[in-house]
Design a protein around this ligand. Structure first.
Ligand code: UDP
Ligand code: MG
Length: 310
C-alpha cells in the first residue's frame, strides 16, 4: 500500500484545524481508500490553542496523525521545510490548513503522477476573486517582474499546494538555504511539473497572516533569493549617471569657453546633488539587502527549533 503524506503548516489555526481534518478524512474515505494517508501538522509557534487541537487529533488517530511543534513562530517556509524533513510517504503533498487548497483535488493530482508520469502536480489559482484589486495588481506585477529577471520560472498564481514524489521532496530538502522562498525553490529543483487550475476559495475560518506590507517584503525576499539582476541594475544606474554627468560637464566647459561663466543655477545644482545622493542610497540599499542575506546565511542558524514532536 503506497503512503501519501500531507505536510500542513499551522499558525494560529485552532478553528480551521478540526475542519481541515474532517474534510480531508472524507475525501480519503471516498476517493483515496487504497492509500495510507498520514498527516504531519507543523505548529509554527501558534499563540492560540492550535497545539492543543493537534494533540487531540493525534490521540484520536495516533496511527495517521503526527505533529511537530516549534518553539516560536519561524514562518511558513520553515514549517514546510520541517514537515518535508520529517515525512516518509511515497507521495508528499504540502497544503494549507485553511482549506484554501481544496483537498478534493488530491485524487486528480495523484493521477497526474501515477497515470500521466509527472513528478510534481501543483495547483494554480486562475482567479483572484475576493482579493483586494490593488493586491492582485501588485501580485501580477511581481510575477511579471521576477520571471523577467530570474532564470527560475515562478508560475503566476501557483500555490504552494502540490503533490510530489519522494525524489522531488529529497531534491527540495537538498536546498538548505536559510532564506527560503519556496515558490522559487519548487521551480529551481526542476522535474516534470503540471499545474491544475482552480477557482480561488475563501478561507474556512480564521484570517490570513499576510498584510500588504508583509507580502511586499516577501516578494522582495523572493527577488533577492532568485535573481542578481537588481545588483546589475544598481551598477547600470551608477554608470548611466556617471556618463550623463561627464557629458554635462563637457557641455558646461564648452559653454563657459564660448559665453563666459555667469554662475547662475545653484537650485539645479542642489537638485542634482539630491538626485545623485538618492541614487547612491538606493543602490547601497540594494547591495545591503544582498549582504544582509549573506550574513543570515553564513551564520548557519537552524531553520527552526522543535519543542515537541509526536
Ligand atoms: N502559516 C504558518 N506560519 C506563518 C504564517 C502562516 O505556518 O507564519 C500557515 C497558515 O497556518 C496556513 C498557511 O501557512 O496554513 C497559509 O497562510 P495564510 O492562509 O495566512 O496565507 P494565504 O492563504 O492568505 O496566502
Ligand atoms: Mg490561506
Amino acid at each position: 500500500m503506497a503512503t501519501i503524506s500531507l505536510v500542513v503548516p499551522c499558525y494560529n489555526e485552532q478553528e480551521a484545524l478540526p475542519i481541515f481534518y474532517d474534510t480531508v478524512e472524507k475525501v480519503i474515505h471516498e476517493k483515496l481508500a487504497d492509500y495510507a494517508v498520514e498527516y504531519l501538522f507543523v505548529n509554527d509557534g501558534s499563540a492560540d490553542n492550535t497545539l492543543k487541537e493537534m494533540r487531540q487529533l493525534q490521540e484520536k488517530d495516533p496511527d495517521h496523525v503526527h505533529y511537530i511543534s516549534f518553539s516560536r513562530n519561524f514562518g511558513k517556509e520553515a514549517a514546510l521545510y520541517a514537515g518535508l524533513q520529517n515525512v516518509g510517504g511515497d507521495y508528499i503533498a504540502v497544503m494549507d490548513v485553511d482549506l484554501q487548497d481544496p483537498p478534493d483535488l488530491l485524487p486528480k493530482m495523484l493521477s497526474g503522477i501515477l497515470d500521466e508520469g509527472y513528478d510534481v502536480v501543483g495547483t494554480r489559482r486562475v482567479t483572484r476573486a475576493g482579493e483586494p484589486p490593488i493586491r492582485s495588481f501588485f501580485a501580477r506585477m511581481f510575477y511579471r517582474l521576477i520571471n523577467k529577471i530570474s532564470k527560475t520560472e515562478i508560475v503566476d498564481g501557483a500555490r504552494d499546494y502540490r503533490l510530489m514524489t519522494k525524489q522531488v521532496k529529497d531534491a527540495i530538502l537538498s536546498v538548505t538555504e536559510y532564506n527560503r522562498f519556496s515558490k522559487g525553490i519548487f521551480g529551481w529543483v526542476g522535474f516534470k511539473t503540471k499545474y491544475i487550475p482552480y477557482e480561488n476559495v475563501e478561507r474556512v475560518a480564521g484570517e490570513t497572516h499576510w498584510s500588504f506590507w508583509s507580502l511586499f517584503k516577501y516578494s522582495l525576499d523572493g527577488i533577492v533569493a532568485f535573481s542578481e539582476t537588481p545588483l546589475a541594475i544598481a551598477s547600470f544606474v551608477g554608470l548611466l549617471s556617471f556618463v550623463g554627468s561627464v557629458c554635462a560637464l563637457i557641455f558646461i566647459i564648452v559653454r563657459a569657453m564660448i559665453n563666459g561663466d555667469p554662475t547662475p543655477g545653484w537650485p539645479s545644482m542642489v537638485s542634482i546633488f539630491l538626485a545623485v545622493g538618492g541614487l547612491q542610497l538606493l543602490c547601497l540599499g540594494i547591495v545591503g539587502k544582498y549582504i544582509g542575506n549573506i550574513y543570515l546565511e553564513v551564520k548557519h542558524r537552524p531553520i527552526y527549533i522543535v519543542q515537541e514532536k509526536k
